[in-house]
Design a protein around this ligand. Structure first.
Ligand code: AMP
Length: 147
């Protein structure tokens, strides 16, 4: 039986994270695995249709988002007793960053929700789907209720 040694839990700070977190915690406990957490702050330019797509990305807003995300990630880490050196707060595309960090940190299981903010209309959310297709390691998409 595969014994997972390093689990990467991807959190998007939506309510349903709780279900995903609980599953990752269970698995980390069963396998006595190291648990790391990742959150990715999307840095796609903030575009308002009224500006015809020319509105520049605000650096201040980006920094503010990063600070909020950091506080939330630390809060979850504290509850789960995950040390700071196992936290990954990245910027860019969640799809790419989750896979990249997993490879760099020799993760052998990625845990994501079946959908989050992007996936309510899909059977499998877009992030989950992309991670599932591109990760080199196992991926667990924790089934979440539709709403
Ligand atoms: P989605 O496919 O975007 O609906 O989201 C599915 C799952 O991907 C979520 O439950 C999270 O586990 C993960 N995820 C989505 N967005 C992020 C993000 N920005 N940072 C970390 N994990 C994410």
């Amino acid at each position: 039986m595969t014994k997972y040694q390093h689990i990467l839990l991807a959190v998007d700070f939506f309510e349903q994270d709780e279900v995903v977190i609980a599953r990752a915690m269970d698995l980390a406990s069963v396998y006595q695995a190291k648990l790391s957490l990742i959150h990715v702050v999307d840095t796609m330019p903030i575009v308002d249709a009224g500006y015809g797509g020319d509105m520049p990305y605000s650096v201040d807003l980006g920094n503010e988002l990063l600070e909020i995300a950091k506080a939330k990630l630390l809060n979850i880490a504290e509850k789960l007793a995950v040390p700071e050196d196992c936290l990954w707060l990245e910027t860019g595309s969640a799809k790419l960053e989750i896979v990249r960090v997993a490879e760099e940190q020799l993760v052998d299981l990625i845990v994501v929700g079946s959908h989050g903010r992007h996936g309510l209309a899909l059977l499998l959310g877009s992030t989950a789907n992309s991670v599932l297709h591109h990760a080199q390691c196992d991926v667990l998409a924790v089934r979440l209720p539709a709403s």
